[in-house]
Design a protein around this ligand. Structure first.
Ligand SMILES: [Zn+2]
Length: 459
């Protein structure tokens, strides 16, 4: 049998193993792993490189709109940045416009992504109005392959408690998952009113307007509400010890609850917000005190947290600097291209987590939790050939002008890293080689995901 592509002499890394092998790929699928596999129409010697499962970034906003501002990123530039950084699947948040139903929201996102994406993608569906119409669509949305719904505990959450509980319960009954943004509406609302009244605007006040305790009490409440509604819960972008304590306690008692963090909470602290252009680093939740960074690394390494995801947004400098009030700033920053290299440089090389754990938190765990495993998230016979040829010897300085995001700045500008993807392979096709794109927009496929209840997700 001749393969379409053979990767020779690589070092394969999975969630549990590191071993040298060749990989034979045909029809976009991994067909053989071993030695003396036979010929390939294309053969590439990848000796000296790790072969990592393509990362699954379970939290992106590559085509975002907020405060009437459309992000510079779209599904082409966003997925290109992803591919260049070793991410081969994204799960983007489909955000409804006012009054839009979940099914219509999914259609809107499908239309944005289909002509542009170069890697495979799926959607979580955000819900702001948990009315009867939205709740009735839950089984259909899940059946179409979108088994995860997002609720925000800020904003109008308090005005719709009954609806949100009914929504969560419906998602649980039909085998889905609830993703929760944990920041308490009362705390945030009170502080924003106080700060705005006394003219405390801008970066200097932003982090204090969304304190750690607001995340802590929201996480504790989210876990309790999910328990009562009998739905698995996935707490997005946790940033501090207050929420980790609740997560750890609940997991210790056997509750089906999971936690995600973002790269910026591992690498950056709120001190940055006091520097020039500090407002660029505003996010929900905000960057925290530097002592929280070690706490998060430990939680990621030890298994308190299951995943890392970027919450990627592609705002320009100008867009971010346009808003000044603490409750109006544009939240978020780019991260898709740098997530895996930074985790390798700052985590694996500094012995904060081993390379198997890097694979677990960037690929295997998100694939399992969101119904994509074993098609995505691992290197195994029968899996999609989504493989990153990662060269651990490359030294590189991160420069926004060399990154592929449409944002004109990068939160890690000037950072030196060791290790970067050489080739990114999606379903057997080499889509990026040394930062050069080799494929056409629109080749990425929409993924139909399994329900949480039917996936191999317990962890
Ligand atoms: Zn987000």
């Amino acid at each position: 049998m001749e393969f379409d592509l053979v990767l020779k002499n690589g070092t394969v890394v999975t969630a549990g193993d590191v071993f040298d092998a060749d990989i034979g790929i045909s029809g976009g699928i991994i067909k053989q792993i071993g030695f003396d596999l036979g010929a390939g129409r294309e053969e590439i010697d990848v000796s000296g490189n790790y072969l990592l499962p393509g990362a699954v970034d379970a939290h992106t906003h590559v085509d975002a709109e907020f405060q009437g501002v459309q992000s510079k990123e779209d599904f082409y530039t966003g997925t290109l940045a992803a591919a260049c950084g070793g991410v081969t699947t994204i799960l983007d948040y489909a955000i409804p416009s006012p009054g839009q139903t979940p099914l219509d929201t999914v259609e809107t996102w499908r239309a944005k992504a289909a002509p542009k994406a170069i890697i495979d993608y799926g959607f979580h569906v955000a819900v702001f109005q948990p009315d009867d119409a939205a709740i009735q669509q839950v089984p259909d949305v899940i059946a179409e392959g979108f088994p995860s719904f997002k609720i925000f505990m800020m904003g109008s959450f308090e005005h719709n408690l009954d609806g949100f509980m009914d929504m969560m319960a419906a998602v649980g009954r039909h085998g889905g998952m609830i993703n929760v943004h944990c920041e308490d509406a009362c705390c945030l609302g009170y502080l924003a009113r106080q700060f705005n009244k006394s003219g405390k605007y801008g970066a200097d006040y932003f982090a204090d307007s969304r304190p750690r305790i607001a995340e802590g009490i929201a996480a504790m409440r989210a876990i309790g509400l999910a328990q009562v509604a009998e739905v698995p819960a996935y707490l997005v972008h946790l940033s501090c010890e207050e929420s980790l304590e609740s997560l750890n306690r609940a997991r210790g008692k056997g509750h089906t609850v999971y936690g995600e963090t973002r790269p910026c909470y591992l690498h950056l602290s709120r001190d940055l917000m006091q520097e020039k252009d500090g407002i660029l680093f505003a996010g929900w939740p905000p960057l925290r005190e530097s002592d929280q960074m070690d706490i998060l690394w430990q939680a990621l390494e030890s298994g308190v947290l299951q995943t890392i995801a970027t919450d990627h947004d592609g705002w320009s400098r100008e867009q971010k600097k346009k808003f000044n009030k603490v409750d109006e700033v544009l939240a978020g920053m780019a991260g898709l291209e740098t997530m895996v290299p930074l985790l390798y440089s700052q985590g694996v090389l500094k012995k904060k987590l081993n390379i198997n754990r890097l694979v677990q938190v960037t690929a295997t765990n998100p694939a399992r939790l969101f119904g994509l495993y074993p098609r995505k998230g691992t290197i195994a016979i029968g899996s999609d050939a989504d493989i990153v040829v990662f060269d651990p010897s490359v030294k590189k300085t991160i420069r926004a002008e060399e990154m592929h995001s449409a944002a004109d700045w990068d939160p890690y500008e000037g950072w030196q890293v060791t290790g970067w993807p050489r080739l990114t392979i999606s379903r057997g096709e080499i889509i990026v080689r040394n930062g050069q794109v080799l494929c056409q927009p629109g080749r990425g496929k929409l993924l139909k995901r399994k329900k949480f209840a039917e996936s191999d997700a317990r962890m």
